[in-house]
Design a protein around this ligand. Structure first.
Ligand SMILES: *Cc1c(COP(=O)(O)O)cnc(C)c1O
Length: 397
């Protein structure tokens, strides 16, 4: 027994209650321990000063960084082949901090009109109040972005694959245009993950993910990550610390654990999705199927050039019969659950018109091609035969 333990046992009940369970690990743990602590301790002012000052490695206070959040940041930087990575409390926190790192008052952002709803709201309603203006380009095409540019445009924000119609952005073309106009290209790579596509290699300046989706992969964590050059990521990280948008240790640990199987999950779920898309496209109850792997998808050729033959695990489809058909589909499904998220190991489905796109008017949705009968399927890693059987049961419902 160490002297410290002797002291603790000789101490009063309250002191023992606080200190007696504390242990120094006699052996190094294999796997990642969870550093579920708010702060770290130092043997001296000199040691603390060195870590605070950045001349020695270590951690100070979890909001500034923690071994678990650092692990997640290293992981995403490695996957995206980026010099630096950072972890945030959510995908929206990552987007907020990256935009604030790249733009200030008087600057202008161009984003795609069909951007994630939270991103649109952030730009249109919140950052506009801070003097950061935004325009929305109708399609994620280079010409539409060029037309939306202003002399003060500092940032393009695009999603590799959009929601819910799964349009594929020309990342190389957009990066070239951004750089020609003195702007940076920020890519939301949530739907594709670095296993399918690495935007930085195509010229993007920074990339981000809602790790709530595929990186975490098990529907049990809310987290965001960013990767890119040291200077931009350091700036975004500092903004996150200042705004209190840091990730907690346990969520970081869950996301890291999820990332270990990311490649396997993407391979399996994408293969399942390709088969589901073909099945849905041939089904009489389905009016239209949206999947970049289908020949008839408007971005199929670009998707093939960018993604090879793995087109991701998201499939959208429009049921004949609108909302009533959607309700029958949901009532008939057993395995496939209605969940307003994506990227889980389970196959889930969501209804964009009443969830992600409910803030738009019926006319705006119609113009974007979002029918009341549209469903967005996030295909999981279950046995393909079971997913197809459940789709058939739901479509017969
Ligand atoms: C979910 C999502 C976000 C937001 O992420 P949160 O973790 O919910 O904050 C951003 N972009 C895309 C494409 C998403 O799917």
């Amino acid at each position: 027994m160490t002297d410290e333990r002797h002291e603790a046992q000789a101490a009063g009940a309250s002191t023992r209650a606080v200190h007696a369970s504390r242990a120094e690990a006699p052996t190094a743990p294999f796997g990642d321990p969870i550093y579920q602590v708010a702060a770290f301790t130092f043997p001296s002012v000199a040691a603390s000063d060195a870590v605070f000052g950045g001349s020695a490695p270590g951690h100070v206070y979890t909001r500034f960084g923690n071994p678990n959040t650092d692990g997640l940041a290293r992981g995403v930087a490695a996957l995206e082949a980026a010099p630096a990575g950072a972890a945030f409390a959510s995908g929206m926190a990552a987007i907020t901090c990256l935009i604030l790192a790249a733009c200030g008052p008087g600057d202008h952002v161009v984003a795609q009109a069909d951007a994630y709803g939270g991103t649109r709201h952030l730009l249109a309603d919140e950052l506009s109040r801070l003097g950061i203006a935004a325009s929305f380009a109708d399609v994620p095409e280079v010409a539409a972005f060029a037309a939306a540019c202003r002399p003060n445009t500092r940032l393009f924000l695009v999603e590799t694959v959009s929601n819910p119609l799964l349009r594929v952005a020309d990342i190389e073309g957009l990066a070239a245009l951004a750089h020609e106009r003195g702007a940076r290209l920020l890519v939301d790579n949530t739907f594709t993950t670095p296993c399918l596509y690495q935007p930085l290699k195509a010229g993007a300046d920074a990339v981000l993910h809602s790790a709530t989706k595929y990186l975490g992969g098990h529907g049990d964590v809310t987290a965001g990550v960013a990767a890119g050059p040291d200077e931009l990521i350091d700036r975004a990280k500092k903004i996150g610390i200042g705004l209190g948008l840091s990730l907690d240790a346990f969520s970081a640990w869950l996301a890291c654990r999820g990332m270990k199987t990311l490649a396997l999950r993407m391979e399996r779920s994408s293969a399942n999705a390709a088969r589901c898309a073909a099945h849905l496209a041939a089904h009489p109850a389905v009016a239209q199927t949206f999947y970049p792997g289908l020949d008839r998808h408007p971005d199929h050729e670009r998707a093939r050039r960018m993604l090879g033959d793995t087109f991701g695990a998201m499939v959208s489809f429009t049921l004949r019969g609108g909302l009533a058909a959607v309700e029958r589909f949901l009532a008939g499904a057993r395995l496939i659950r209605f969940v307003p998220s994506l990227g889980d190991v389970s196959t889930t489905v969501t209804h964009p018109a009443s969830t992600s796109h409910r803030a738009l008017s019926a006319e705006e949705r119609r113009r974007m091609g979002i029918d009341d009968g549209l469903l967005r399927l996030s295909v999981g890693i279950e046995d393909l035969s079971d997913i197809l059987a459940d789709l058939d049961a739901a479509l017969a419902g």
